[in-house]
Design a protein. Structure first.
Length: 295
């Protein structure tokens, strides 16, 4: 019986080789996030985001874009609206969408060394595609991929001492560009999501975490980015999203104040995950996070 199976298996291989058209798998690869982003939801993708997604949805909205992990994972088939208050981040996404070859060309001219890192960090490119290249280069070669600016709005993260990292990843950037083609990308506050959201849409919200949860090392800086008043404003926005008949999935720090804020707004789930953000042991380890959703 095994000899017969081997024989028919060999015959099928020959038939497939002769009559089946070859498949270009490179065209079917989904892009992966091109940025190292503090607070990335890669862990959520691995730990079962499918459990919180609706079976189907219409348009997709992500008003805290960051690394766009969920957008790239879902590859939404209908309209997508992506936005963030970080102007440099949004410029980078739009340049990858519209001018990916120019961005790649600029990246090829940047050399990964400590002296060059600080020279590039101080530089002020004139063209949008070279500004996007600078943003990507600094993100990939900086310490832990942190995005941080000083009081003058100048990026001030030190060199990450990763001399062998691929600062270009041209194939993935081209796939990213294809995924972003025709996508609405805007520099705006999260409340503007209400302009376009409609019944049956999906809104994913991943704000900066204001409240500390198990010694989050970045909380003091995040308070400047996203205050408690912003958290309250976000909760009101989520209520409006629900009134529109849209689905929402919100991530936030596991803290009693967040539980109280969202009491009665959707369902609250607690997930445990490992964090390796930060250079000190006290900022690494197991943490609880919240998922709040009406799905």
């Amino acid at each position: 019986m095994n000899e017969e199976n081997d024989y028919f298996g060999a015959v099928l291989k020959k038939i497939n080789a002769k009559f089946c058209m070859p498949v270009d798998l490179s065209e079917k690869k989904a892009p992966h996030p091109f940025l190292r982003w503090t607070g990335s939801k890669n862990w959520l993708i691995k730990d079962g985001i499918q459990n919180y997604l609706p079976k189907k949805f219409n348009n997709y909205h992500e008003p805290f874009l960051g690394g766009a992990t969920l957008f790239f994972y879902l590859s939404p088939s209908k309209k997508s609206f992506l936005s963030d208050l970080n102007e440099e981040l949004i410029l980078t996404y739009t340049q990858l969408r519209d001018n990916v070859e120019e961005v790649i060309g600029s990246l090829k001219r940047l050399r990964n060394s400590e002296s060059e890192y600080y020279r590039i960090r101080k530089s002020k490119p004139k063209t949008d595609h070279s500004k996007a290249a600078k943003f990507i280069f600094l993100n990939r070669t900086s310490f832990n991929g942190i995005y941080r600016v000083n009081s003058k709005g100048e990026y001030n993260v030190p060199y990450g001492k990763r001399p062998n990292v691929d600062t270009i990843t041209k194939d993935n950037l081209r796939q990213v560009s294809n995924a972003l083609r025709g996508i609405n990308i805007n520099h705006s506050d999260f409340e503007n999501v209400l302009r376009n959201v409609d019944r049956g849409d999906l809104v994913f919200l991943d704000p900066p975490y204001t409240i500390t949860h198990e010694n989050n090392g970045f909380i003091e800086y995040n308070k400047k980015l996203f205050s408690w008043e912003d958290q309250e404003r976000l909760a009101r926005t989520v209520i409006e999203i629900d009134k529109h008949g849209a689905y929402f999935i919100l991530t936030n720090a596991c803290h009693y104040t967040i539980n109280n804020l969202y009491n009665g707004i959707g369902n609250i789930f607690k997930l445990e995950r490992y964090s390796k953000v930060g250079g000190r042991n006290k900022t690494r380890g197991m943490f609880n996070e919240l998922i709040i959703t009406n799905v």
